[in-house]
Design a protein around this ligand. Structure first.
Ligand SMILES: Cc1cc2nc3c(=O)[nH]c(=O)nc-3n(C[C@H](O)[C@H](O)[C@H](O)COP(=O)(O)O)c2cc1C
Length: 411
């Protein structure tokens, strides 16, 4: 079974007879590690109760679009942003048609319009309804738009017919949902990510550090691994669990991080520096805990090595991505960093404000390179990390193609 650990799945349930299987599907998704929120159409409530799906998901079911109370809690836009993926199972013929038309006449249809998350539908209907040219055209156009179509299966149906149109079994649907995250965009690529803060010791118990939580770097390492990459994560001191399928190397100071990066740099194709590395460290570390004797004290600091610039300056440098955390003039600061350090891409984020940045679960990013600027809007860090990995992979493959073409011309 593929993993859905830390994934937020929005399950849409529409009004088909197979809706009775949704309770088992919620259970399977949760067993694979997902957090599941359920949205039901009005027709779905005729086939399975809201209470059942609330009980198995552990959250109230969302049903109404025009409900001030619901909007005051988790609004349709927040729900759309919350989801890492949307799965509609079962999806009726009617719902497929509404999805194709881009209707916003109920909560589920509106959510599907308002999200940028990957989406899958699991059609379930009478075999004649499935074979109808209208349904087939709708499915084709959804597939063309990038919506994944799970099933349907074949066999005997509730109405007594035999043929295609059965909802796939819940275990198979959970497996296919996990597959939505295995994108393969970095298959065969080795990626190094640095994450978290560094700790610059003053004495055995005190040090200089910053507010980086490591969440963004860990989410990026996870997204790169889901993209098929071999991932080496060099992590400063954080209180996060090392991600699955990622080789995690714990370090403490900026110098440790520099050494750990350069010890493995020959193995990698792509470097993503997310760590908030201290610019300075104390000139010397006191061997014993400093005593409170004088009224004031001076701490002399010395520059730390610039890890990002040192990687970008290597003769055969990997594709290099840096992060810039700024409190103002975001794009200008990012462009300056891009040129000053000769890197391929800068991901800039505002810190010190009310939303996003250090410690938060959500963030927004401005991606700046020599071709222009792209904005990734406010989203959960896990979602943002996946969108970022897609963006980086496109840039990485494009640069490699250009270099291969140049090499071929020189030959
Ligand atoms: C007993 C019964 C079973 C139904 N089963 C299905 C079904 O399996 N698949 C389907 O596409 N429509 C089925 N329908 C029709 C849908 O319920 C109907 O098109 C409804 O408007 C769907 O609304 P929704 O897409 O908003 O959930 C069934 C209707 C009834 C009365």
């Amino acid at each position: 079974m593929g993993s859905l650990v830390n994934k937020r799945i929005l399950l849409g349930v529409t009004g088909g007879i197979a809706a009775y299987k949704s309770a088992d599907l919620v259970r399977r998704l949760r067993e694979a590690g997902a957090e599941v929120r359920v949205v039901m159409t009005d027709a779905a409530t005729e086939f399975i109760t809201e209470l059942t799906l609330q009980a198995v998901s552990g959250y109230p079911v969302h049903r109404h679009l025009l409900d001030p109370e619901a909007e005051a809690g988790m609004s349709h836009i927040e729900l759309a942003r919350w989801a890492d993926a949307i799965l509609v199972a079962p999806a009726t013929a009617d719902f497929l048609a509404r999805l194709v038309q881009g209707r916003g006449d109920d909560l589920l249809a509106t959510l599907c319009l308002a999200t940028s998350a990957p989406m899958a539908v699991a059609p379930a209907m009478n075999q004649q309804m499935w074979r109808h040219p209208a349904t087939q055209q709708n499915v084709d156009s959804l597939r063309h738009r990038g919506v994944q179509i799970f099933g349907p299966g074949e066999g005997s149906q509730a109405c007594g017919d035999v043929g295609p149109g059965r909802l796939l079994e819940p275990a198979e649907l959970a497996q296919l949902t996990a597959g939505l995250f295995q994108t393969g965009v970095l298959d065969g690529v080795t990626v190094m990510v640095t994450a978290g803060p560094t700790w610059e010791a003053i004495d055995p118990v005190r040090g200089l550090t910053n507010k980086s939580s490591g969440k963004m770097g860990y989410a990026i390492a996870t997204a790169a691994a889901e993209g098929g990459a071999r991932v080496i994560l060099i992590s400063g001191p954080v209180s996060l669990t090392p991600p699955d399928r990622v080789e995690t190397v714990p370090v403490v100071s900026a110098q440790d991080m520099f050494d750990a990066v350069h010890a493995r740099i020959d193995q990698i194709d792509l470097y993503i520096g997310v760590a908030a590395v201290a610019d300075y460290r104390p000139v010397s570390v006191a061997p014993h805990k400093l005593k409170k004797t004088a009224d004031s004290m001076n701490l002399e600091l010395v520059r730390n090595p610039d890890i990002l610039a040192s990687v970008a300056a290597l003769p055969s440098a990997p594709f290099t991505v840096g992060f810039a955390a700024e409190t103002n003039d975001l794009e200008m600061a990012a462009r300056h960093k891009l040129e000053a350090k000769r890197i391929d891409l800068v991901c800039a984020n505002l810190v010190g404000g009310d939303e996003g940045g250090f410690g938060a679960d959500e963030n927004r990013l401005l991606l700046v390179d020599r071709e222009g600027t792209t904005e990734l809007p406010l989203a959960a860090k896990s979602r943002l990390a996946r969108d970022l990995i897609h963006h980086i992979s496109r840039k990485f493959h494009a640069k490699n193609r250009t270099q291969d073409t140049r090499r071929a011309h020189r030959r």
